[in-house]
Design a binder for this molecule. Structure first.
Ligand SMILES: *Cc1c(COP(=O)(O)O)cnc(C)c1O
Length: 391
Protein backbone atom coordinates (compact mmCIF):
# COMPACT_ATOMS: atom_id res chain seq x y z
CA UNK A 1 0.00 0.00 0.00
CA UNK A 2 1.26 3.48 -0.89
CA UNK A 3 -0.59 6.15 1.12
CA UNK A 4 -1.14 9.68 -0.24
CA UNK A 5 0.58 11.10 2.82
CA UNK A 6 2.22 9.85 5.99
CA UNK A 7 4.44 10.88 8.88
CA UNK A 8 8.23 10.62 8.94
CA UNK A 9 9.43 9.76 12.47
CA UNK A 10 13.13 9.42 13.28
CA UNK A 11 14.95 7.85 16.24
CA UNK A 12 15.71 11.40 17.38
CA UNK A 13 11.96 12.21 17.42
CA UNK A 14 11.34 9.09 19.51
CA UNK A 15 14.08 9.96 22.04
CA UNK A 16 12.66 13.49 22.43
CA UNK A 17 9.28 12.06 23.36
CA UNK A 18 10.79 9.51 25.75
CA UNK A 19 12.71 12.28 27.47
CA UNK A 20 9.43 14.05 28.28
CA UNK A 21 7.88 10.80 29.52
CA UNK A 22 10.74 10.51 32.01
CA UNK A 23 10.51 14.17 33.09
CA UNK A 24 8.39 15.93 35.71
CA UNK A 25 5.84 17.35 33.29
CA UNK A 26 3.72 15.49 30.77
CA UNK A 27 1.70 18.63 30.13
CA UNK A 28 1.99 22.36 30.92
CA UNK A 29 5.75 21.98 31.28
CA UNK A 30 8.60 23.68 29.44
CA UNK A 31 8.33 21.93 26.07
CA UNK A 32 5.11 23.52 24.78
CA UNK A 33 6.54 27.07 25.11
CA UNK A 34 9.80 25.89 23.51
CA UNK A 35 7.86 24.47 20.55
CA UNK A 36 5.78 27.65 20.26
CA UNK A 37 8.96 29.73 20.23
CA UNK A 38 10.58 27.51 17.60
CA UNK A 39 7.60 27.81 15.24
CA UNK A 40 7.26 31.57 15.87
CA UNK A 41 10.97 32.11 15.17
CA UNK A 42 10.76 30.06 12.00
CA UNK A 43 7.82 32.13 10.75
CA UNK A 44 9.17 35.47 11.95
CA UNK A 45 6.01 36.14 13.94
CA UNK A 46 5.67 37.34 17.54
CA UNK A 47 3.43 34.71 19.11
CA UNK A 48 2.60 31.04 18.72
CA UNK A 49 -0.20 29.48 20.80
CA UNK A 50 -0.14 25.68 20.63
CA UNK A 51 -3.35 23.67 20.97
CA UNK A 52 -4.49 20.06 20.57
CA UNK A 53 -5.58 20.38 16.91
CA UNK A 54 -5.94 22.86 14.07
CA UNK A 55 -9.69 22.52 14.55
CA UNK A 56 -9.29 23.89 18.09
CA UNK A 57 -6.93 26.56 16.76
CA UNK A 58 -9.52 27.69 14.20
CA UNK A 59 -12.21 27.75 16.90
CA UNK A 60 -10.25 29.94 19.34
CA UNK A 61 -9.03 32.10 16.44
CA UNK A 62 -12.68 32.87 15.62
CA UNK A 63 -13.38 33.50 19.33
CA UNK A 64 -10.41 35.85 19.63
CA UNK A 65 -11.70 37.82 16.63
CA UNK A 66 -15.05 38.01 18.42
CA UNK A 67 -17.06 35.92 15.97
CA UNK A 68 -20.49 35.71 17.59
CA UNK A 69 -24.07 34.69 16.93
CA UNK A 70 -25.34 35.95 13.54
CA UNK A 71 -21.93 37.21 12.42
CA UNK A 72 -20.86 36.11 8.94
CA UNK A 73 -17.70 34.14 8.13
CA UNK A 74 -16.53 33.21 4.63
CA UNK A 75 -14.15 30.48 3.59
CA UNK A 76 -13.31 28.32 0.58
CA UNK A 77 -15.60 25.39 -0.28
CA UNK A 78 -12.60 23.25 -1.24
CA UNK A 79 -11.27 22.59 2.23
CA UNK A 80 -11.65 20.27 5.19
CA UNK A 81 -14.92 20.89 7.05
CA UNK A 82 -13.06 22.32 10.06
CA UNK A 83 -12.38 25.60 8.18
CA UNK A 84 -16.14 26.25 8.16
CA UNK A 85 -17.23 24.48 11.36
CA UNK A 86 -15.13 26.83 13.52
CA UNK A 87 -17.48 29.72 12.71
CA UNK A 88 -20.57 27.64 13.41
CA UNK A 89 -19.17 26.72 16.86
CA UNK A 90 -19.38 30.46 17.56
CA UNK A 91 -23.00 30.71 16.37
CA UNK A 92 -22.03 32.51 13.17
CA UNK A 93 -23.33 31.96 9.64
CA UNK A 94 -20.92 30.48 7.12
CA UNK A 95 -20.78 31.21 3.42
CA UNK A 96 -18.35 30.10 0.73
CA UNK A 97 -16.40 31.99 -1.93
CA UNK A 98 -15.91 29.93 -5.09
CA UNK A 99 -12.40 28.81 -6.00
CA UNK A 100 -9.98 30.03 -8.63
CA UNK A 101 -9.99 27.51 -11.52
CA UNK A 102 -6.18 27.58 -11.74
CA UNK A 103 -4.85 27.67 -8.15
CA UNK A 104 -7.93 26.04 -6.54
CA UNK A 105 -7.61 28.55 -3.71
CA UNK A 106 -10.32 31.10 -2.92
CA UNK A 107 -10.88 33.16 -6.08
CA UNK A 108 -9.97 36.85 -5.76
CA UNK A 109 -12.46 37.75 -8.48
CA UNK A 110 -15.27 35.84 -6.77
CA UNK A 111 -14.28 37.38 -3.42
CA UNK A 112 -14.40 40.94 -4.83
CA UNK A 113 -17.77 40.35 -6.45
CA UNK A 114 -19.24 38.78 -3.34
CA UNK A 115 -17.95 41.64 -1.18
CA UNK A 116 -19.58 44.25 -3.43
CA UNK A 117 -22.91 42.47 -3.25
CA UNK A 118 -22.57 41.93 0.50
CA UNK A 119 -21.83 45.61 1.03
CA UNK A 120 -24.98 46.59 -0.87
CA UNK A 121 -27.03 44.12 1.19
CA UNK A 122 -25.41 45.09 4.48
CA UNK A 123 -24.14 41.52 4.96
CA UNK A 124 -20.36 41.88 4.97
CA UNK A 125 -18.36 39.11 6.65
CA UNK A 126 -16.65 39.73 10.00
CA UNK A 127 -13.93 37.21 9.19
CA UNK A 128 -12.66 35.61 5.97
CA UNK A 129 -10.70 32.35 6.20
CA UNK A 130 -8.58 31.74 3.08
CA UNK A 131 -7.21 28.18 2.92
CA UNK A 132 -3.76 27.51 1.45
CA UNK A 133 -4.79 24.39 -0.46
CA UNK A 134 -2.05 21.78 -0.92
CA UNK A 135 0.37 24.16 0.84
CA UNK A 136 0.29 26.91 -1.79
CA UNK A 137 -0.45 30.30 -0.25
CA UNK A 138 -3.48 32.32 -1.29
CA UNK A 139 -2.89 35.79 -2.72
CA UNK A 140 -2.69 37.29 0.74
CA UNK A 141 -1.60 40.83 -0.11
CA UNK A 142 -4.71 41.37 -2.25
CA UNK A 143 -6.91 39.73 0.41
CA UNK A 144 -5.44 42.01 3.09
CA UNK A 145 -6.20 45.08 0.96
CA UNK A 146 -9.81 43.92 0.65
CA UNK A 147 -9.86 43.31 4.42
CA UNK A 148 -8.94 46.97 4.99
CA UNK A 149 -11.41 48.24 2.40
CA UNK A 150 -14.36 46.23 3.71
CA UNK A 151 -13.38 45.97 7.37
CA UNK A 152 -13.11 42.22 7.87
CA UNK A 153 -10.48 40.19 9.74
CA UNK A 154 -8.41 37.41 8.20
CA UNK A 155 -7.53 33.94 9.53
CA UNK A 156 -5.23 31.98 7.24
CA UNK A 157 -5.99 28.27 7.39
CA UNK A 158 -2.44 27.14 6.72
CA UNK A 159 -3.04 23.58 7.90
CA UNK A 160 -1.21 22.48 4.73
CA UNK A 161 1.21 25.35 4.68
CA UNK A 162 4.00 25.27 7.28
CA UNK A 163 7.34 25.49 5.49
CA UNK A 164 5.84 27.32 2.51
CA UNK A 165 6.47 30.94 1.50
CA UNK A 166 4.52 33.84 0.06
CA UNK A 167 6.39 36.72 -1.58
CA UNK A 168 9.59 35.40 -0.04
CA UNK A 169 8.26 35.35 3.54
CA UNK A 170 7.34 32.25 5.55
CA UNK A 171 3.66 31.35 5.67
CA UNK A 172 2.60 32.02 9.26
CA UNK A 173 4.35 35.36 9.60
CA UNK A 174 0.95 37.11 9.57
CA UNK A 175 2.08 40.09 7.52
CA UNK A 176 -1.26 39.97 5.69
CA UNK A 177 -3.54 38.41 8.32
CA UNK A 178 -4.62 38.60 11.95
CA UNK A 179 -4.03 34.95 12.78
CA UNK A 180 -2.55 31.98 10.90
CA UNK A 181 -3.40 28.39 11.86
CA UNK A 182 -1.20 25.31 11.39
CA UNK A 183 -2.11 21.63 11.74
CA UNK A 184 0.25 18.95 13.01
CA UNK A 185 -1.91 15.94 12.15
CA UNK A 186 0.27 13.02 10.93
CA UNK A 187 -0.52 13.53 7.23
CA UNK A 188 0.52 17.20 7.37
CA UNK A 189 4.03 18.62 6.83
CA UNK A 190 5.28 18.09 10.41
CA UNK A 191 3.42 16.24 13.14
CA UNK A 192 2.79 16.21 16.88
CA UNK A 193 0.37 13.24 16.66
CA UNK A 194 -2.57 15.58 16.97
CA UNK A 195 -1.95 19.29 17.31
CA UNK A 196 -2.23 22.77 15.94
CA UNK A 197 -1.01 26.31 16.51
CA UNK A 198 -2.26 29.88 16.16
CA UNK A 199 0.34 32.41 15.02
CA UNK A 200 -0.20 36.15 15.52
CA UNK A 201 1.69 39.44 15.82
CA UNK A 202 -1.04 40.92 18.02
CA UNK A 203 -0.24 40.56 21.72
CA UNK A 204 -3.84 41.13 22.80
CA UNK A 205 -5.06 38.38 20.48
CA UNK A 206 -2.31 36.10 21.81
CA UNK A 207 -3.52 36.68 25.39
CA UNK A 208 -7.07 35.75 24.44
CA UNK A 209 -5.94 32.68 22.50
CA UNK A 210 -3.85 31.53 25.46
CA UNK A 211 -6.80 31.86 27.83
CA UNK A 212 -9.33 30.27 25.47
CA UNK A 213 -7.22 27.13 25.19
CA UNK A 214 -7.35 26.68 28.96
CA UNK A 215 -10.88 27.39 30.28
CA UNK A 216 -10.55 31.18 30.08
CA UNK A 217 -8.28 31.06 33.11
CA UNK A 218 -5.49 33.53 33.85
CA UNK A 219 -2.69 33.37 36.40
CA UNK A 220 -1.36 36.85 35.54
CA UNK A 221 -2.36 39.43 38.14
CA UNK A 222 -2.33 42.13 35.46
CA UNK A 223 -5.25 40.34 33.73
CA UNK A 224 -7.27 39.77 36.94
CA UNK A 225 -10.29 41.77 37.96
CA UNK A 226 -10.04 41.07 41.70
CA UNK A 227 -7.27 41.25 44.29
CA UNK A 228 -5.64 37.81 44.71
CA UNK A 229 -6.41 36.52 48.22
CA UNK A 230 -3.52 34.07 48.29
CA UNK A 231 -0.75 32.40 46.31
CA UNK A 232 -3.22 29.73 45.10
CA UNK A 233 -5.32 32.32 43.36
CA UNK A 234 -6.27 32.28 39.69
CA UNK A 235 -9.27 33.65 37.84
CA UNK A 236 -11.54 32.49 35.08
CA UNK A 237 -12.30 35.73 33.29
CA UNK A 238 -13.97 34.39 30.14
CA UNK A 239 -15.30 31.06 28.84
CA UNK A 240 -12.66 28.80 27.33
CA UNK A 241 -12.01 25.12 26.72
CA UNK A 242 -9.40 22.50 27.44
CA UNK A 243 -7.61 22.67 24.11
CA UNK A 244 -4.08 22.42 25.53
CA UNK A 245 -1.25 20.61 23.80
CA UNK A 246 0.72 18.19 25.98
CA UNK A 247 4.50 18.33 26.41
CA UNK A 248 4.63 14.84 24.91
CA UNK A 249 3.13 16.10 21.65
CA UNK A 250 5.18 19.30 21.72
CA UNK A 251 8.43 17.31 22.09
CA UNK A 252 7.64 15.50 18.86
CA UNK A 253 6.82 18.82 17.18
CA UNK A 254 9.98 20.52 18.42
CA UNK A 255 12.07 17.65 17.11
CA UNK A 256 10.21 17.65 13.77
CA UNK A 257 10.81 21.41 13.34
CA UNK A 258 14.52 20.65 12.84
CA UNK A 259 13.59 18.72 9.71
CA UNK A 260 10.93 21.04 8.34
CA UNK A 261 13.05 22.55 5.54
CA UNK A 262 14.39 19.14 4.58
CA UNK A 263 10.82 17.77 4.47
CA UNK A 264 9.60 20.54 2.18
CA UNK A 265 12.67 20.22 -0.08
CA UNK A 266 11.96 16.49 -0.39
CA UNK A 267 8.33 17.21 -1.28
CA UNK A 268 9.51 19.59 -4.00
CA UNK A 269 11.80 16.88 -5.40
CA UNK A 270 8.87 14.46 -5.59
CA UNK A 271 6.71 17.13 -7.24
CA UNK A 272 9.46 17.82 -9.79
CA UNK A 273 9.56 14.16 -10.80
CA UNK A 274 5.76 14.08 -11.19
CA UNK A 275 5.92 17.32 -13.21
CA UNK A 276 8.53 15.86 -15.55
CA UNK A 277 6.97 12.45 -16.01
CA UNK A 278 3.32 13.38 -16.18
CA UNK A 279 3.35 16.63 -18.14
CA UNK A 280 2.87 14.91 -21.48
CA UNK A 281 -0.15 12.97 -20.28
CA UNK A 282 -2.71 14.99 -22.17
CA UNK A 283 -5.73 14.04 -20.08
CA UNK A 284 -4.08 15.21 -16.86
CA UNK A 285 -3.65 18.76 -15.56
CA UNK A 286 -0.71 19.25 -13.17
CA UNK A 287 -0.73 21.61 -10.15
CA UNK A 288 -0.15 25.24 -11.14
CA UNK A 289 2.36 27.16 -9.03
CA UNK A 290 1.75 30.90 -8.60
CA UNK A 291 4.93 32.95 -9.01
CA UNK A 292 4.51 34.59 -5.59
CA UNK A 293 4.43 31.27 -3.74
CA UNK A 294 6.72 28.49 -2.63
CA UNK A 295 4.38 25.64 -1.77
CA UNK A 296 4.84 23.32 1.19
CA UNK A 297 3.42 20.67 -1.18
CA UNK A 298 1.22 18.97 1.39
CA UNK A 299 -0.73 17.59 -1.57
CA UNK A 300 -0.02 16.92 -5.23
CA UNK A 301 -3.39 17.34 -6.93
CA UNK A 302 -3.94 16.33 -10.53
CA UNK A 303 -7.08 17.04 -12.53
CA UNK A 304 -8.37 14.47 -14.95
CA UNK A 305 -9.98 16.01 -17.96
CA UNK A 306 -13.09 14.06 -18.79
CA UNK A 307 -13.56 12.67 -22.26
CA UNK A 308 -16.62 10.53 -22.01
CA UNK A 309 -19.52 10.42 -19.59
CA UNK A 310 -17.44 11.53 -16.65
CA UNK A 311 -15.81 8.12 -16.41
CA UNK A 312 -12.16 9.01 -16.71
CA UNK A 313 -11.54 10.26 -13.17
CA UNK A 314 -13.45 7.49 -11.48
CA UNK A 315 -11.70 4.86 -13.59
CA UNK A 316 -8.27 6.29 -12.88
CA UNK A 317 -9.09 6.52 -9.18
CA UNK A 318 -10.26 2.90 -9.04
CA UNK A 319 -7.32 1.67 -11.10
CA UNK A 320 -4.86 3.33 -8.70
CA UNK A 321 -6.68 2.13 -5.59
CA UNK A 322 -6.76 -1.44 -6.86
CA UNK A 323 -3.00 -1.21 -7.52
CA UNK A 324 -2.57 -0.41 -3.80
CA UNK A 325 -2.05 3.32 -4.29
CA UNK A 326 -4.20 5.09 -1.74
CA UNK A 327 -5.12 8.12 -3.80
CA UNK A 328 -7.64 10.50 -2.28
CA UNK A 329 -9.85 13.44 -3.10
CA UNK A 330 -9.24 16.73 -1.31
CA UNK A 331 -11.95 17.75 -0.83
CA UNK A 332 -15.64 17.07 -1.14
CA UNK A 333 -16.92 20.68 -1.34
CA UNK A 334 -18.02 21.56 2.19
CA UNK A 335 -21.48 22.72 1.06
CA UNK A 336 -22.19 19.21 -0.33
CA UNK A 337 -22.14 17.60 3.13
CA UNK A 338 -25.64 16.83 4.44
CA UNK A 339 -25.13 19.12 7.46
CA UNK A 340 -24.40 22.06 5.14
CA UNK A 341 -27.06 21.03 2.61
CA UNK A 342 -29.60 21.53 5.41
CA UNK A 343 -28.37 25.11 5.67
CA UNK A 344 -29.55 25.63 2.08
CA UNK A 345 -26.40 25.83 -0.05
CA UNK A 346 -26.82 25.26 -3.78
CA UNK A 347 -24.20 23.60 -5.99
CA UNK A 348 -24.92 26.02 -8.85
CA UNK A 349 -23.50 28.85 -6.79
CA UNK A 350 -20.02 27.29 -6.89
CA UNK A 351 -19.35 26.23 -10.50
CA UNK A 352 -15.57 26.13 -10.19
CA UNK A 353 -15.66 24.06 -7.00
CA UNK A 354 -18.03 21.67 -8.80
CA UNK A 355 -15.69 21.40 -11.82
CA UNK A 356 -12.78 20.76 -9.51
CA UNK A 357 -14.68 18.13 -7.55
CA UNK A 358 -15.45 16.29 -10.80
CA UNK A 359 -11.78 16.07 -11.80
CA UNK A 360 -9.37 16.15 -8.85
CA UNK A 361 -7.24 13.34 -7.41
CA UNK A 362 -4.48 13.66 -4.79
CA UNK A 363 -1.63 11.32 -5.64
CA UNK A 364 0.99 10.22 -3.07
CA UNK A 365 3.45 12.85 -1.87
CA UNK A 366 5.31 12.46 1.41
CA UNK A 367 8.90 12.26 2.59
CA UNK A 368 9.02 8.48 2.98
CA UNK A 369 7.83 7.84 -0.60
CA UNK A 370 10.64 5.84 -2.24
CA UNK A 371 11.81 6.44 -5.81
CA UNK A 372 10.54 2.97 -6.78
CA UNK A 373 7.13 3.62 -5.28
CA UNK A 374 6.90 6.94 -7.09
CA UNK A 375 7.86 5.26 -10.39
CA UNK A 376 5.17 2.66 -9.77
CA UNK A 377 2.59 5.43 -9.17
CA UNK A 378 3.64 7.22 -12.38
CA UNK A 379 3.49 4.04 -14.46
CA UNK A 380 0.08 3.19 -13.10
CA UNK A 381 -1.20 6.66 -13.99
CA UNK A 382 0.24 6.64 -17.49
CA UNK A 383 -0.73 3.12 -18.48
CA UNK A 384 -4.08 2.91 -20.24
CA UNK A 385 -7.02 1.55 -18.31
CA UNK A 386 -7.41 -2.20 -18.80
CA UNK A 387 -3.75 -2.52 -19.89
CA UNK A 388 -1.90 -5.47 -18.30
CA UNK A 389 0.91 -4.61 -15.93
CA UNK A 390 4.16 -6.04 -17.37
CA UNK A 391 6.56 -5.27 -14.52
C1 LIG B 1 -6.23 19.00 8.56
C2 LIG B 1 -6.97 20.26 8.34
C3 LIG B 1 -7.68 20.92 9.36
C4 LIG B 1 -7.88 20.33 10.71
O1 LIG B 1 -6.70 19.94 11.30
P1 LIG B 1 -6.71 19.06 12.63
O2 LIG B 1 -5.36 19.33 13.20
O3 LIG B 1 -6.90 17.65 12.20
O4 LIG B 1 -7.81 19.54 13.49
C5 LIG B 1 -8.26 22.14 9.09
N1 LIG B 1 -8.19 22.70 7.87
C6 LIG B 1 -7.55 22.08 6.84
C7 LIG B 1 -7.49 22.76 5.52
C8 LIG B 1 -6.95 20.83 7.05
O5 LIG B 1 -6.35 20.21 6.03
Amino acid sequence: MIPYGRQDISEEDISSVIEVLKSDFLTQGPVVPAFEQAVANYCGVKHGVAVNSATSALHIACMALEVKKDDIVWTSPITFVASANCAIYCGANVDFVDIDPITYNMSLIALKEKLQIAETNGKLPKVVIPVHLAGQSCEMEEISLLAKKYGFKVIEDASHGIGGKYKGLPVGNCKYSDITVFSFHPVKIITTGEGGMCMTNDSELAKHLTRYRSHGITRHSSEMTQIPDGPWYYEQIELGYNYRMTDINAALGLSQMKKLNMFVTKRHQIAKVYNEKLHETSSILLPFQHKDTYSAYHLYIIRCKQFSKGETRLQLFEKLRSAGILVNLHYIPVYRHPYYQKLGFKREDFPEAENYYAEAISIPIHTVLSDEDQKFVINQIIKPIGHQNLF
